[in-house]
Ligand binder design. Structure first.
Ligand SMILES: [Cu+2]
Length: 126
């Protein structure tokens, strides 16, 4: 007699092996590498990483946390932004489609030194 529970476990293991291959995630099924995940923490008036290095052509998921305020996270050159939620991680996935230096900044006014709350994404050609 077939064992449905056993088949389910075999299926799960197979899926886990496929998804774990070479560091690629679910996207590997579609031939795309999973985005690289980069964590950033915001608090008045700074991000914990003022400079981030990535490669042109990379997809990056920023995993963003705020310790104190509903800061914004914006990359104007990529027309990408998200509102942060204190105490909760929010994600923003972007395709880094150009080399050079991209600014990221808080775009929700958060106090006197709000204008200082920015950093740089350094994008290498390859
Ligand atoms: Cu701000």
């Amino acid at each position: 007699m077939p064992d449905p529970a056993g088949r389910f476990v075999v299926g799960l293991v197979a899926a886990a092996v496929l998804c774990g291959t070479a560091g690629y995630g679910i996207g590997s099924v579609l031939g795309e590498p999973a985005p690289r995940r980069i964590s950033l923490t915001a608090k008045k008036f700074e991000f914990d990483r003022p400079e981030i290095h990535v490669r042109k052509g990379e997809r990056v998921t920023f995993v963003l946390t705020s310790l104190d305020f509903a800061h914004g996270f914006s990359i104007p050159d990529l027309a990408a932004r998200v509102d942060l939620v204190p105490g909760k991680a929010v994600e923003l996935t972007v395709l880094i489609d150009r080399a050079g230096r991209l600014v990221f900044l808080c775009d929700n006014f958060c106090g006197d030194d709000h204008d200082e709350m920015a950093g740089t994404i350094v994008v290498d050609e390859d």
